[in-house]
Design a protein around this ligand. Structure first.
Ligand code: ATP
Length: 202
């Protein structure tokens, strides 16, 4: 995509419980294909669509995210939602980004599962005024990836067969996650014995 001198900032929100290779792969592809200057990973404090779930602590999710982005130039982490606490609404985050970088344009990076529920987010129309949307395909969400009622660009790439849910389940069952999780994160998880408890609502 042709980009002028304008600064294009990618915003990649998520629970990152834990961050996985899919997240990194999506961000790498978005960075290249959309000619972004930087991508901010934004860990949610309380994701509105996952209020019935328990997470490892925000501090632990942040620590794992730091390990995940290490060595990736132009991947940054914004703790804006963690500091704001409460339910993490994308619209609030975008407004803060806009006030910090008034001249930049924003690209919200999401998976097709999030695109499918986009209109259930808080203030979706306002979000679309503040950012453009870039979507990565996701298993089970083919239809929403093709939908035309929201203007979005596609981030091209193969289907990524990974989710944090699957990783948590595998860890609990003692199944290997080597292919899904960066090594440093696996070491962190082992060190702090994360995701070993029997399932609650996770
Ligand atoms: P969980 O399984 O716990 O719901 P997740 O794997 O979806 O987690 P999140 O941290 O919630 O991970 O995701 C952050 C963003 O990355 C979301 O926009 C989500 O759609 C996207 N995403 C994560 N994994 C994939 C994947 N395999 N393919 C496409 N998009 C993905």
């Amino acid at each position: 995509m042709e980009r002028g001198k304008k600064k294009y900032i990618g915003i990649f929100g998520g629970t990152f419980d834990p961050p996985h290779k899919g997240h990194i792969s999506i961000a790498e592809k978005a960075m290249k294909q959309l000619s972004l200057s930087v991508i901010y990973f934004v860990p949610a404090y309380l994701p509105p669509h996952k209020l019935d779930r328990d997470f490892v602590t925000a501090k632990q999710r942040l620590a794992m995210l730091k390990l995940a982005v290490k060595g990736h130039r132009n991947f940054k982490i914004s703790t804006i939602e963690l500091k704001r606490r409460g339910i993490s609404y994308t619209i609030d985050t975008l407004k803060t980004f806009k006030s910090r970088f008034p001249k930049a344009d924003f690209v919200l990076i999401i998976g097709a599962d999030n695109l499918a529920q986009f209109y259930s987010w808080k203030s979706p129309k306002e979000i679309l005024k503040l950012a453009s949307i870039a979507v990565y395909k996701r298993k089970g969400f083919n239809r929403s990836f093709k939908k035309k009622d929201i203007a979005f660009q596609k981030i091209k790439g193969d289907l990524l067969q990974v989710s944090s849910t699957e990783i948590r389940q595998r860890l609990r069952n003692g199944v290997s996650v080597t292919k899904l999780l960066p090594k440093q994160i696996m070491q962190y998880i082992k060190r702090y014995s994360l995701y070993v408890n029997p399932p609650d609502s996770r």
